[in-house]
Design a protein around this ligand. Sequence first.
Ligand code: SF4
Ligand code: SF4
Length: 374
Amino acid sequence: MKYRKFGNTGVMVSALGFGCMRLPMIETDNGKVVNEELSVKIIRQAIDQGVNYFDSAYGYCGGKSEETLGKALKDGYREKVYVSTKVPTSRIKEKGDYRRFLEEQLRRLDAGPIDFYHFHYLTDNVWNDIVLKYDLLKEAIKAKEEGLIKHISFSFHDKPEVMMKIIDTGVFESVLCQYNLLDRANEEAIAYANRKGLGVVIMGPVGGGRLVAPSEVFKKIFGKESASTPELALRFVLGNPNVSCALSGMSDEKMVAENIKTADDSSPLSEEELARVANALDEIKSLADLYCTGCEYCLPCSQGINIPHLFRIMNYHKVYGLTSFAKGLYGRVGTSEKEGKKASECVECGACETKCPQNIEIRKQLKDVVSVFE
Ligand code: SF4
Ligand code: SF4
């Protein structure tokens, strides 16, 4: 396993991190539950092969991810890894909630101090309306001083300039964000994070949270004899010197073995390969009849629909063939103000279309979104 410097934390992390959001599940009379035995086995398999960064969150796997990770770290495994988890920021309703969640998570993990404790899913709104409103940075600093957590981190889902603003508080030591071949929006912000001494962890290195992409897009780029999709995707992400670790949500032994091999073997994409990727992606994109630039001139929609967000999701399906990933994203639509309402909430007033510089038939396209995802 290759290891990388994790910002200024003094920690060396494995290039491949284990995302504990997709632990293996089994059907029971009470619905799906985590397959604890298999989960413990594959987590330990990854540790035995050198993976040392494990990322969980309060809500993953129906709230059982942390407990399962904690069980896997018994029998001498805890000392070999760094544990990352996340306070469910959006569920905080008062100042004391931060500490209440932290204490519950420490009990669930039962693995000593949490190495990297994230504010989960930071957006500009969450930052202002929850983190600043309830003075949670002070809570985090206090928890660190008391030794309950070792490093203060955040996971991020908004525009790059918002990430830089959060970094500028000087409180954070690492960031977890999206970055992949298909979505390079965070590239500058990642470089900024690295310059400021933060460790950078990437989720969804292939755009789907897994190193194994279902898409044909990479084959189109590199031809039949080329390296496999996961290899290219990981080589792209880890080829960025500002990235410390790429997370993969792994659910079985085969996936763990393959991803570890890929992370071990991978070398960065060459300049020429990168240029080919960029050209091919542009070409594929231009083939799409839905070319939304994300300018947001169409907003606000009176019904609260985040039009460019829905079109981005549609493009993952339509242009890149990442259908299951797109469905997962659409599943979140309607759960927060930022996600906006489902496409079926459109009342066809047409106000957005008069403002769109691309002359996109937004109403018609939203109907397509409904037919694919609802
Ligand atoms: S046409 Fe639909 S999406 Fe556009 S502004 Fe009206 S309600 Fe919103
Ligand atoms: S105005 Fe048009 S191009 Fe701009 S975000 Fe809205 S739909 Fe996309």
